[in-house]
Design a protein around this ligand. Sequence first.
Ligand SMILES: Nc1ncnc2c1ncn2[C@@H]1O[C@H](COP(=O)(O)OP(=O)(O)OP(=O)(O)O)[C@@H](O)[C@H]1O
Length: 321
Amino acid sequence: MDHLLELRGLTVAYRTEEGRLPAVRGVDLCVDAGEVVGIAGESGCGKSTLASTVLRLQPKDALVAGEVLVSGRDVLTMGWGDLRALRWAEAAIVFQGALHSLNPVRRVETQIAEPIRLHEPDLPVADVGARVGELLEQVGLPAARSRVYPHQLSGGQRQRVMIAMALACRPQLIIADEPTTALDVMVQAQILDLISGLVRDLGVGLMIISHDLSVLADVCDRVAVMYAGRVVECGSADQVFSSPAHPYAQALSRAFPRVGDAAARYAPAGLAGDPPDPHDLPPGCSFAPRCARMIDACTEAEPPLLQVGGRQAACIRVGEA
Ligand SMILES: Nc1ncnc2c1ncn2[C@@H]1O[C@H](COP(=O)(O)OP(=O)(O)OP(=O)(O)O)[C@@H](O)[C@H]1O
């Protein structure tokens, strides 16, 4: 059986004035129906590039290699007709910052109806309207709110509209890129509840991206941690959050304690330094210059992802006692 989404050796580089910038480097990852897979990592580690490439929405001049298989078909090589048919209907993205993603001068109903009209042009107007109302209710907004403009909604409500749009054509795969980042903590929790409830009820597969590992710990089945364009750890959400193996995953987990975790709240977040400049990656392990466990061998070769205790980690020292 094909996976709902399978990335094989996905590699994305941007052309810049300083030369080629490697943003995603050889990522292998799967998402199955009914599964929630999280992608975590600091700003700049390639999460958004990965998300947009899944629907071939990366900038036109980006250089892409590898495969992005949605139900077994490669998004990167399919024709435009197939790609248009796939977007919204098989896979949809919820982008971060709904204020910028929604058109300010068009009513909410018009925007949610757009993908429906595109994919089901023969659907009578009344049926489209009814579907928009159902979608709004599904995301916890009264159907009567369909006539408002985005600025008349709160940030959380706008994000709900974005989720309704993503669900409009009943896709099997949803990609959510930092869906709660711009929201306050209470609203963030409500939106995460909504997303995980929908995934459970509809049985869709979800890839959710966040720099905040604690957000992912609560909603994901599996989590992949990215650093400098590579996956450095991948395992069950519980493993990666509660007993991370890779030193970077450990630092990330300390930096984002779970809400209510009093002991962790007072622990030093402690991850000194910045991620490397992608134009000038250090030799060997990209994390080595910031790693407290670094030894000379770490700078010799980029460590492959190895199986350790039921998860994968890319660190030559994880097996040590
Ligand atoms: N259009 C672009 N042209 C050139 N470089 C880009 C472009 N978009 C992203 N980058 C670079 O690619 C790398 C990965 O960026 P990306 O936005 O995918 O990371 P991210 O983990 O999603 O970060 P953030 O959370 O800040 O969005 C970064 O070094 C970034 O500066």
